[in-house]
Design a protein around this ligand. Structure first.
Ligand code: T68
Length: 830
């Protein structure tokens, strides 16, 4: 019979292919050399490190593909409810080490390579970062994909395959310059191009009324189309065979043969015009929290939404024939408002193409979507000018108006004719320029709205989303962010990883971070302390070498490595850090030589990118360099104080910097950082935090206790009041003094730094640097004091790691799965 025949055929195929790939060192060597010869097309007798990296990656990819196939046929067979994670940004960084570790064949590869005369770590350094995102939001997506795979959830990620990722930061003379990151120049061994998985994405045109079985239907007649091509990126879980897919779309000219365009006689120009389609997925927009409403950005968003939903609906229809089942089989997650056109698109598909009634379609949509916001302030929320949307997506605009009309009618029934509130909650913002408010759309069209920390949700409830919270309190949840311990300990800090496993007597914490609490049992053990200290020393050495290579500055390993790395933003207050460093320098200069013996030497490390159009942020970078130049060249100061700026901060730089830090700074004005995830990575690496009570720090304190970090600054409840005080606010003298030094040109560039200094002048200091300065200096002094008591410091460091389990993205993902997406693990059998 058919079944028997198919089985016999499958068995023959399996034996023909020699079963699955083998992972013993000899087999790995053969595979690597095969790829050298036939994939990289270099002679196996002569290839360099980069070529070895390429061949190595391809051999790893082969193994990922096997698991990918098994996972997907398993999902296809068992038909679990699936999560589709929609995000315009993913900061994946490098893939090699992470893949090999998650596959569990790290040692075999290391051995295989060493016999070939290569070192795994050296080859791993050949890989460039996949930087298809800006900052926290995008790295969170990457961590969450790792957790989804590890916890066996049936999920897919969807994103865009930008040809240019986040710009490269080059520092010339202390100024940031942006350079394009053409990351595909050297090929990308991790992706699988699916030339047959393509969809047409349409734009422009008009809406016409047609007759369907005697009923009038409005349908879109598009004017232009491009093609979306799928590129699949396998995401392996740790300790499981499950390997998920991150499908990224690239735009290509449409294959539809357009007779008109070619018959105009201008053949060459028609081809050139066609080629313009590719610009849609060309370049990632650098973080622009003050939304600009650019057409290309909107095109990107719709291109992404349309391709992803076509793919999702096609897969759904292959297995199910009734859209009533959609909410039982599909969860669609909106990572911020960027993909929220999905709501209008799914309505268009269900109503215009599948001919469902509007109300039924709307109920399905609301059940399927959930939404997470990553921002605090209303100004940060995305808006799209109605004119722009109407010309690019005329039918979607109609649908949005209809959604809004229905919502407004329902709202009036509930709250009456409170026109102020109605207009605040409307999806359409009226005014000189009419806008679509993407956050309002996402809230109205989703059944769950998530904040990214407890404090974040509390703030949203009281401010930005107050009206909506009062209407639908049950819709609002928070899922405190987390980071994956696989990348942030196992991959980036192998020494600490080994130490933790040794003292816990198990590696189980790699899949269950709660077990890290077991480290508390050894917090007084002096042998443990010795080993802990050694690990930090090793990581500091790595970092010191990097610093010297990047900046030429030699730093002392005995100094406290004090790090602030994140995007440069006024609210993150890197300026406060620099003013604190100036204060430290000023104190040293005025100190009696004898007293200097008691000073804790510091290496201050700052890194991060400023958005290209963000002038103040760029001035902060320049100031950091000017101050560094002064301090580092002051022979009188020597090792007591150094300041280095680490250029081009990205995921792989973070993997090096974070394990080497003693202290890390998280200085956002309370109420401005939705969560913060950098702090969690430092915490996991035994680095002490100096922080304000903002975002997720509040919850970190709950886990490790306020004795184990250095807290400072105004609390959220105090911020508004302090702002109201304006120019009557009390500012410490030291603040005025250091600011004066910058103003007076002590570090040069007097004119250039003027506007930066103006931002923190009394009465204008929105982020409250001046009023927090005194408390900041106290926290810094407390850190110095703790550092000279190594026993105390090490205990704090151990307790930080021991309390970091809650900040694993595994916990976050489990909460999302249970409380929002309603999906259950689906583990592919061996
Ligand atoms: C960050 N947001 C939050 N946005 O600032 C941070 N914005 O507190 C939080 O921990 C993190 O998200 C994860 O939840 C961002 O990173 C962006 O990068 C961004 C990009 C485009 C437009 C607006």
């Amino acid at each position: 019979d058919g079944v028997g025949e198919r089985r016999a055929k499958a068995e023959r195929m399996f034996t023909l292919m020699d079963g699955f790939l083998k992972n013993d060192p000899l087999s790995l060597q053969k595979d690597i050399l095969n790829h050298v010869e036939y994939t990289v097309a270099r002679s196996r007798f002569s290839f360099d490190d980069f070529e070895a990296y390429q061949a190595l990656s391809h051999s790893v990819r082969d193994r990922l593909i096997e698991r990918w196939h098994d996972t997907h046929s398993y999902f296809k067979r068992t038909k679990p409810k699936r999560l589709y994670f929609l995000s315009l940004e993913f900061l994946m960084g490098r893939s090699l080490s992470n893949s090999v570790i998650n596959l569990g064949i790290q040692d075999q590869y290391a051995e295989a390579l060493s016999q070939l005369g290569f070192e795994f770590e050296v080859l791993a350094e050949q890989e460039g970062d996949a930087a298809l995102g800006n900052g926290g939001l995008a790295r969170l997506s990457a961590c969450q994909m790792d957790s989804l795979a590890t916890l066996d959830y049936p999920a897919w990620g969807y994103g865009l395959r930008y040809e240019y990722g986040l710009f490269r930061q080059v520092i010339v003379d202390g100024f940031q310059h942006e350079q394009p990151d053409y990351w595909l120049n050297f090929g990308n061994p991790w992706e699988i191009e699916r030339i047959h998985v393509t969809y047409e994405v349409k734009f422009y045109g008009t809406v016409e009324e047609i007759d369907v079985n005697g009923e009038k239907h409005r349908v879109w007649v598009p004017g232009e189309s491009v093609e979306a091509v799928a590129y699949d990126n396998p995401i392996p879980g740790y300790g499981t065979r499950n390997t998920l897919n991150l499908r990224l779309w690239a735009a290509k000219p449409s294959n539809k043969f357009d007779l008109e365009a070619y018959n105009t006689g201008d053949y060459i120009n028609s081809v050139v015009n066609r080629q313009r389609a590719e610009t849609i997925s060309n370049v990632l927009y650098p973080d622009d929290r003050n939304h600009q409403g650019k057409e290309l950005r909107l095109k990107q968003q719709y291109f992404f939404v349309s391709a992803s939903l076509q793919d999702i609906i096609r897969r759904f229809k292959e297995a199910h024939n009734n859209f009533d089942e959609l909410p039982d089989k599909v969860a669609l997650h909106l990572n911020d408002t960027h993909p929220s056109l999905s709501i209008a698109e799914i309505m268009r598909i269900l109503v215009d193409e599948e001919h469902l009634g509007w109300n039924k379609a709307w109920d399905i949509a609301c059940e399927v979507f959930s939404f997470t916001t990553h921002t605090v302030v209303a100004e940060g929320l995305e808006k799209i000018p109605v004119d722009l949307l109407g010309s690019l997506l005329p039918r979607h605009l109609e649908i949005l108006y209809q959604i809004n009309f229905n919502f407004m009618e329902e709202l009036k029934k509930k709250i009456g004719l409170d026109y102020n509130r109605l207009s605040r909650m409307s999806i359409v913002e009226e005014g000189a320029v009419k806008n679509i408010r993407m956050a309002n759309l996402a809230i109205v069209g989703s059944h769950i709205v998530n904040g990214v920390s407890k404090l974040h949700l509390d703030t949203l409830k009281m401010t930005t989303f107050k009206d909506f919270y009062e209407l639908w309190p049950e819709k609002f949840q928070f899922k405190t962010n987390g980071v994956t311990q696989r990348r942030w300990i196992v991959v980036s800090n192998p020494s600490l990883c080994a130490l933790i496993s040794k003292w816990l007597g198990t590696e189980a914490w790699i899949r269950n971070a709660d077990l890290l609490t077991g480290l508390r049992d050894h917090v007084d053990n002096t042998n443990f302390h010795q080993e802990w200290k050694m690990v930090k020393r090793i990581n500091k050495m790595r970092l010191a070498e990097y610093i010297e290579a990047m900046s030429g500055v030699k730093v002392s390993l005995d100094a406290m490595f004090d790090v602030q790395v994140k995007r440069i933003h006024e609210y993150k207050r890197q300026f406060l850090n620099i003013l604190g460093i100036i204060h430290r320098y000023d104190c040293l200069k005025n100190m009696d030589k004898n007293d200097r013996r008691n000073v804790v030497p510091r290496v201050c490390i700052i890194g991060g990118k400023a958005a290209p159009g963000y002038e103040i942020a760029k001035k902060i970078i320049k100031l950091c360099h000017s101050v560094a130049e002064k301090i580092n060249n002051d022979a009188d100061i020597g090792d007591l104080l150094k300041l280095v700026f680490i250029p081009d901060y990205n995921v792989s730089v973070a993997e090096l910097v974070i394990p080497g830090a003693d202290l890390s700074q998280h200085l956002s004005t309370a109420g401005h950082e939705a969560s913060g995830t950098g702090s969690m990575k430092f915490l996991m690496n035994g680095c002490l935090l100096l922080a304000t009570a903002d975002g997720s720090t509040v919850e970190i304190i709950e886990e490790i206790g306020s004795d184990n970090l250095f807290l400072f600054g105004a609390k959220v409840q105090e911020v508004a009041e302090l702002r109201e005080k304006g120019s009557t606010l009390k500012i410490p003298l030291q603040f005025a003094r250091v600011l004066r030094m910058v103003r007076d040109g002590y570090f040069g560039y007097k004119e250039y730094f003027k506007s930066l200094c103006d931002t923190v002048e009394i009465g204008k200091d929105f982020y409250l640097l001046g009023s927090d300065f005194g408390s900041y200096l106290e926290a810094q002094a407390a850190a110095d004091k703790a550092f000279v008591e190594p026993e105390k410091w090490i205990k704090m460091s151990i307790l930080s790691v021991a309390g970091s389990g809650r900040f694993s993205s595994d916990r976050t993902i489990q909460e999302y799965a249970e409380r929002t997406w309603k999906i259950v693990p689906s583990r592919c059998p061996l």
